[in-house]
Ligand binder design. Structure first.
Ligand code: PRP
Length: 205
């Protein structure tokens, strides 16, 4: 049995569609009810419907053999897992954004609001720029509007959220996309099954 943690939501459904197209479909599958585990003994697969930011924890601790997670989570939390493949979905970028008229005052630390504190610290350390991090959990774009921060470090996909809040991208940090990850022990003990899935997957990527 391969246990796969999928991120709840549109991306998870897209990944399920991809996996079912290479033979890992599941008779029970129905993401519209409140069920969180979908298994198909015949196909040898079990799917867990997990909050996106928790997928890496399930995989790292071995509750799932495989998982689907954004590169942003891998960069931010460095979970102890194998990154097997780029699924080339959920493409976006990690960027610095600010009000259009923002000018950096080098005389004082830059106030950076973000969910991604590790990525932000690493980025500004590489520039040698002193910062003060303000950790938020969502609606990050509000911070520069209210003067809580000078800039934000956040995910930009279509750019709509920035545009509608009169902010713009100032610097791009790193491109992001969805990755398939594996638990390290499972990768040894279930190598045959995982390799089989991987080679079928490669024909679709
Ligand atoms: C993410 C991100 C931006 C937005 C970017 O937020 O934090 O706010 O999407 O997408 P766009 O460029 O297509 O507008 P999310 O929807 O995950 O909610 P959050 O405010 O809780 O972070």
């Amino acid at each position: 049995m391969l246990n796969i943690a999928l991120p709840k939501g549109r991306l998870g459904e897209k990944v399920y569609a991809l996996l079912s197209s290479i033979g890992y479909d599941c008779k029970e599958w129905n993401p519209d009810n409140r069920k969180l585990v979908f298994s198909d003994e015949e196909k040898g697969v079990s799917y867990f419907w997990v909050k996106p930011s928790d997928v890496a924890i399930y995989v790292e601790l071995g509750a799932a053999d495989l998982g689907v997670v954004g590169k942003d989570i891998l960069l931010e939390y460095s979970p102890d897992v194998y990154e097997l493949s780029d699924l080339k979905m959920g493409k976006c970028r990690m960027a610095v954004a600010a009000k259009k008229d923002f000018i950096d005052d080098m005389e004082r630390p830059l106030r950076v609001a973000t969910k991604f504190t590790h990525i932000a610290r690493g980025y500004y350390a590489s520039l040698g720029r002193e910062i003060r991090v303000i950790k938020l959990n969502g609606s990050i774009e509000l911070a520069p509007i209210l003067g809580l921060s000078d800039v934000i470090v956040d995910i930009v996909e279509t750019g709509t959220t920035l545009k509608e809040n009169n902010l713009e991208v100032k610097e791009e940090i790193v491109p992001i996309s969805t990755r398939l990850i594996a638990n390290k022990a499972a990768y040894r003990f279930k190598k045959e099954g995982i390799d089989r899935l991987m080679s079928l997957l490669e024909t679709k990527l």
